[in-house]
Design a binder for this molecule. Structure first.
Ligand SMILES: [Zn+2]
Length: 242
C-alpha cells in the first residue's frame, strides 16, 4: 500500500511537471511565461506599474488633493494605473473574469506593503468600497472586498462589510467628466450607526481615478462620526489624477 502511494505521488509529480512544460503559466498581460514566485504578472510587466519610483509622500499628496478632504490619515497604493497598462488587465480579470484569487493575491501584496510601513496598528477595521447589491449579485462578489480579505490575511485587521453600502446604482464613471463624477456620487452611499464605535478605519479600493467615490464616502462617514480618521488602501491610482 505504502509503495503504491509512493508511486502514485511520483506519477502525479511527473504529470504536473509535464503539464507545466506543455502549458506554462502565462503572464495575464503580455502572455509570456511566468517566472517562479511571480504569479499573474511577469517581472517586466510589474516593473512598468510599480510605484516604487514615486515617492510615497507624492502619492499621498495626490490622493489628498483628489479626494479634497482634510485629514486623510495615511495611504498605501501599489500600482500606477494607465489606459492599456498591466493594471488594467489585473482590474479586468478581477472585475469581469471571475478571477477571485487575483484579488486575494494582490490584496496580500498590499498587506505586505502596509506591514512594511507599520501603519496597521492605528487602524480599527478595513471597509471595502461597496458596489450596488445588484452588481454584486451579477458578479458574485465585490472586488474591493477580495482585496480587503487579502490585506487582512497579512495584517489581521477585521474586514467590515456591513458598515457601508451603495444604495444607488450610479452610472459607470468611465465616460464622465470630473464634475459629472462628483454629481454622480451624491446620495449614493449609506452608513450604519455602528461606524460611531470606530476611531480609525481604512477604505479599500481597487482603483482611484478622480477620487470622487472616496470623497463621497468620506463625507457620509464623517456625517455619522465627524472625528473618524480615514486611511486609503488602493491597489492602484490613475496617473493623471488631478
Ligand atoms: Zn508580462
Amino acid at each position: 500500500m505504502l509503495m503504491f502511494r509512493g508511486i502514485l505521488t511520483r506519477v502525479i509529480y511527473f504529470l504536473r511537471a509535464l503539464s507545466h512544460l506543455l502549458y506554462p503559466d502565462l503572464c495575464i498581460h503580455c502572455k509570456k511565461s511566468l517566472q517562479q514566485n511571480s504569479p499573474f504578472l511577469c517581472y517586466a510587466c510589474l516593473s512598468k506599474i510599480d510605484l516604487v519610483k514615486w515617492r510615497e509622500k507624492e502619492v499621498h499628496h495626490l490622493l489628498q488633493q483628489s479626494v479634497n478632504k482634510p485629514g486623510l490619515l495615511s495611504s498605501s497604493v501599489l500600482y500606477r494605473f494607465e489606459e492599456g497598462n498591466p493594471v488594467q488587465t489585473i482590474l479586468h480579470e478581477l472585475k469581469y473574469k471571475n478571477n477571485r484569487s487575483i484579488g486575494l493575491y494582490f490584496g496580500s501584496l498590499l498587506g505586505q506593503e502596509i506591514e512594511r510601513k507599520q501603519i496597521s496598528s492605528s487602524i480599527d477595521a478595513l471597509i471595502p468600497v461597496p458596489i450596488h447589491h445588484r452588481k454584486r449579485f451579477d458578479r458574485g462578489y465585490n472586488q474591493s472586498e477580495l482585496l480587503a480579505r487579502g490585506i487582512s490575511s497579512i495584517t489581521r485587521l477585521p474586514v467590515k462589510t456591513g458598515l457601508l453600502s451603495k444604495i444607488r446604482n450610479s452610472k459607470s464613471q468611465t465616460k464622465l467628466s470630473k464634475e459629472e463624477r462628483r454629481e454622480n456620487t451624491i446620495d449614493t452611499f449609506s452608513v450604519s450607526n455602528e461606524v460611531k464605535k470606530y476611531t480609525s478605519i481604512a477604505l479599500v479600493d481597487d482603483v482611484v481615478t478622480t477620487g470622487a467615490t472616496i470623497s463621497a464616502i468620506c463625507d457620509v462617514l464623517r456625517e455619522k462620526n465627524e472625528n473618524l480618521q480615514i486611511t486609503i488602501f488602493s491597489l492602484s491610482i490613475a496617473n493623471n489624477i488631478s
